[in-house]
Design a protein around this ligand. Structure first.
Ligand SMILES: [Zn+2]
Length: 465
């Protein structure tokens, strides 16, 4: 696409906006990109891009994986453009490109790493033409924003350029089938001890063979539709992965991987299965980018899971844990609930599950609560659950349907007082589940819980003396 007067007007206006924002010390906003797109809707097509572009998309994990890829490349000495401090839609990508360009909009860097919202793919991928695109997985997400997985798959299939090399999840048949004619590699986790082919989730969105429609035979169901399947009628099966986790040891955070024929051992920041997938897909993408395992492993060993997604803090003999659980996203919440159930000791849980924007402008739809495995929280290890927010009655009802006894629950509309419902004396850990945009609230409540736990410890110590 050629540059025209409109493009230059949008570029200079956006650069001016960025300058003003810098002067008033407002960081990390996508406003310059928003203006560029308002003034010139095909701005991304006309803007000159870095020579090499890597995209990272998928329903869950794309932010964590993007951060891991960026941190690894920075540690290896690469200089690149990325949209980490902005949004993963057109405005964030445009802002990043504008910020890292010369006065006339020529790129200052040769490489770009972009986290890309799958729903926005038509406004991004045809313009960006990434050489490499990682898709972490395809799951149900907010019905309002994403409708259904097949709708999202249609969008991706219609937007991914034919030249883009794909890095796809072999254990996810929805993801593995994207753009079948494109060049691709797969990543996957081998079956682990204790895993079987029984689905323990409410939602399992792959039932039949994508080629012939016959009912699939499953050799392994890890969770939801993640696993390994075969078609008894046409011979179709889950693809073989070139990048594999052979085994992992959650207690010592050790993972054995096979990176396209080279075996490596890696220490990971968090050995819950979803985080092992995040580490594996990061390793697969960086290997495809050309980083050799002997350079890759030392930098990946130093990565942490971003503190905005998961953080543990010890107060006396107890823990307070922040755990992201995106509102309106049944799969992300189900994974969080299973993590809580599997966490050792007695736990209390504070649930802030309302989507921040829905809570502001009324909540659209509560159907997602009934797709989410609240049943994981009906466990002897979960001592108490507090639900707070605009939809606290709906969450309470859903927990009752999951069989959680009334005496183990409290619920309240005022989110700032949710911690008052919890008595920390009888528990080993307090989990606070929150949405991406409610980290401020989560941190305030965490402070309050920390004070409660400290008071508890003081009382116990006094008692012992
Ligand atoms: Zn078949």
């Amino acid at each position: 696409m050629k540059r025209n007067l409109r493009f230059y007007f949008a570029l200079f206006f956006a650069k001016g906006t960025a300058l003003v924002l810098k002067l008033i010390r407002r960081k990390g906003t996508s406003m310059p990109g928003s203006w560029a797109l308002i003034l010139c809707p095909d701005f991304l097509g006309r803007m000159e891009k870095p020579k090499r572009i890597i995209g990272i998309t998928g329903t869950n994990g794309k932010t964590t994986v993007s951060n891991m890829v960026e941190d690894s490349l920075t540690a290896l000495g690469y200089d690149f453009v990325c949209n980490r401090s902005g949004t993963n839609v057109g405005s964030g990508v445009s802002s990043a490109l504008i910020a890292q360009s010369t006065f006339f909009g020529r790129p200052k860097k040769d490489l770009a790493i972009f986290e890309l919202d799958e729903r926005s793919a038509p406004h991004l991928l045809p313009y960006l033409q990434p050489q490499l695109l990682l898709c972490t997985n395809i799951f149900r997400d907010s019905y309002k924003r994403n409708a259904h997985m097949e709708f999202i798959l249609d969008i991706l299939n219609g937007s991914i350029p034919p030249e883009t090399r794909l890095v796809l999840n072999a254990d996810d048949l929805l993801c593995a089938g994207i753009k079948p004619e494109n060049q691709r590699v797969y990543f996957g986790i081998d079956p682990q001890p204790g895993e079987d082919n029984v689905c323990r989730n409410i939602v399992q969105d792959v039932r039949v063979c994508p080629h012939c429609g016959a009912r699939l035979d499953w050799d392994l169901i890890r969770y939801h539709h993640i696993g390994r399947a075969r078609c008894p009628q046409c011979g179709f099966s889950s693809p073989q992965a070139q990048y594999k986790v052979l085994s992992f040891d959650p207690d010592h955070l050790k993972v054995q991987m096979d990176l396209n024929g080279q075996k490596v051992a890696l220490t990971v920041p968090n050995a819950s299965t979803i985080n092992v997938y995040n580490s594996l897909s990061t390793a697969a993408l960086l290997s495809e980018f050309g980083i050799e395992p002997d350079r890759l492993v030392p930098v990946m060993e130093k990565l942490g899971v971003s503190a905005t997604r998961y953080s543990e803090e010890t107060v006396g003999s107890r823990k307070v844990i922040l755990h992201l659980a995106k509102g309106q996203n049944p799969i992300a919440c189900s994974r969080a609930f299973e993590n809580i159930r599997n966490y050792p000791g007695k736990k209390a849980v504070i649930l802030f599950l309302d989507d921040y924007f829905d809570a502001l402008h009324s909540v659209e739809n509560t159907a997602w609560l009934f797709d989410t495995d609240f049943e994981f929280l009906n466990d002897p290890g979960v001592a108490f659950i507090a639900a707070a927010g605009a939809r606290h009655w709906d969450v309470y009802l859903r927990l009752l349907l999951a069989g959680v006894p009334r005496e183990k629950m409290g619920h309240i509309e005022d989110v700032e007082h949710a911690a008052d419902l919890v008595d920390p004396a009888g528990v080993d850990a307090v989990f606070i589940l929150y949405d991406v945009y409610t980290i401020g609230l989560a941190n305030r409540v965490k402070e309050q819980v920390r004070r409660q736990l400290a008071a508890c410890t003081e009382k116990e110590t006094a008692h012992e003396n």
